[in-house]
Design a protein around this ligand. Structure first.
Ligand code: SAH
Length: 283
C-alpha cells in the first residue's frame, strides 16, 4: 500500500547529509501528512520521533533508523536539551535527519527551541509545517474552529509550560472576554482549574465544550459537554489525554457536521445548530 503513493513530478527538496528537517506529522491519520513530509520520510537516514507520532507513519521510511524521543506531560526540560543535542550529533555524523513531531512542529511542540539549538550549532535546517491537533483534530469531530456566526477570533492555549502548570501564568479574564472560541492543548491535567478560571471570568456554565481524544486516529473519542459539567463528563467517560478541548459555540456545529457518524449512515441531529433559521448562504 505504501508503494502506491508516489510524489507528483516536481523539484522536491533534497534532504542532504548533515541537515535536519523538522517536520510536522499531523495529529495522527497518516493521510494528514503533507507531501513535503512524505518526501522527507522517503529520504531520511534517521528519524527522531515523538510520542504523539503515529508509528504507522514510520512504515513509510523502512530505510531509516527510527529513534523514539517520546516524553509526555512536562517531564524535566533537561531531556529536551538532550533531544536537541542528539539531533546536532546525528547531523554532525553526516546523517540525513528527520525530526518528526506530532501536529505542527511550531505549535506547542518545542519545535522553535529545537530549531534554535540546531541553528546555534550551525546545522542547516528546513521546517515542514503540519496540521495541528487544535484545528485538524477538531475538524475530524465536525467542529469548525471558526464559523462566521460564532467567532472572529480563536485563541490557542496550553495547560502546560516549563513549570508544568501554565494555567497560573495566563490572563484568563482577557482570554475569556476577548475570544469567542478557545482551543486548549494539554488541558486534561488541569481541567478543573481551567474551567474555574473561565467561569470566574464570566463564561456561562452552559457554554458548549467539545473534547476530542486521540483525534483523527481509529481510537478517536469525542465528548460534547458544557463548562458546568465538563469535569464530571470526562470522568464518567473515562477519557484520557491526548485531548484537544474547544470552548465556544462552534462546538454546537458538530450536531450538523459530525461527518464520521454520517459516513456510517447516522443522520445529523440538527441541521441548524446555531439557530440561523435560514439555510447558510454561499460566499
Ligand atoms: N505540536 C502539536 C501539539 C503538541 S502539544 C500540534 O500541533 O498538534 C501536545 C498536545 O497536543 C496534547 O496534549 C493534546 O492537547 C494535543 N494533541 C496532539 N495530538 C493530538 C491528537 N491526536 N488528539 C488530541 N489531542 C492531540
Amino acid at each position: 500500500m505504501t508503494d502506491s503513493l508516489s510524489l507528483p513530478a516536481s523539484n522536491w527538496p533534497v534532504l542532504e547529509q548533515g541537515w535536519v528537517w523538522l517536520c510536522g506529522a499531523g495529529p495522527g491519520d497518516p493521510g494528514l501528512l503533507t507531501l513535503h513530509a512524505l518526501n522527507a520520510l522517503r529520504q531520511a537516514d534517521v528519524i527522531v520521533y515523538d510520542a504523539l507520532v503515529q508509528t504507522d507513519i514510520l512504515e513509510w521510511a523502512p530505510q531509516a533508523e527510527h529513534i523514539y524521543a517520546g516524553k509526555r506531560g512536562g517531564k524535566p526540560s533537561a531531556k529536551q536539551r538532550d533531544i536537541s543535542l542528539r539531533l546536532v550529533e546525528l547531523a554532525r555524523a553526516g546523517k540525513r535527519v528527520l525530526r518528526l513531531k506530532g501536529g505542527d512542529p511550531f505549535v506547542f511542540g518545542r519545535g522553535g527551541e529545537e530549531a534554535q539549538t540546531l541553528v546555534q550549532h550551525g546545522i542547516p535546517i528546513r521546517i515542514i509545517p503540519g496540521i495541528t491537533a487544535g484545528i485538524g483534530g477538531l475538524a475530524y469531530a465536525g467542529i469548525p474552529v471558526t464559523h462566521r456566526d460564532v467567532n472572529q477570533s480563536v485563541t490557542f492555549v496550553t495547560g502546560h509550560d516549563q513549570t508544568g502548570d501554565a494555567t497560573g501564568s495566563l490572563d484568563w479574564k482577557a482570554i475569556a472576554q476577548g475570544s469567542q472560541v478557545i482551543v486548549i492543548y494539554m488541558g486534561m491535567k488541569h481541567i478543573g482549574r481551567i474551567v474555574s478560571e473561565l467561569l470566574a471570568a464570566g463564561r456561562p456554565l452552559s457554554e458548549p465544550v467539545g473534547l476530542v481524544t486521540t483525534a483523527t486516529t481509529a481510537d478517536q473519542k469525542v465528548l460534547e459537554s458544557t463548562l458546568g459539567t465538563l469535569e464530571a463528563d470526562i470522568a464518567a467517560a473515562g477519557l484520557e489525554p491526548p485531548a484537544v478541548i474547544c470552548v465556544g459555540r462552534s462546538v454546537l456545529m458538530r450536531q450538523a457536521l459530525d461527518w464520521q457518524s454520517m459516513a456510517q449512515g447516522i443522520a445529523p441531529r440538527n441541521l441548524d445548530p446555531l439557530d440561523r433559521g435560514r439555510p447558510a448562504e454561499a460566499g
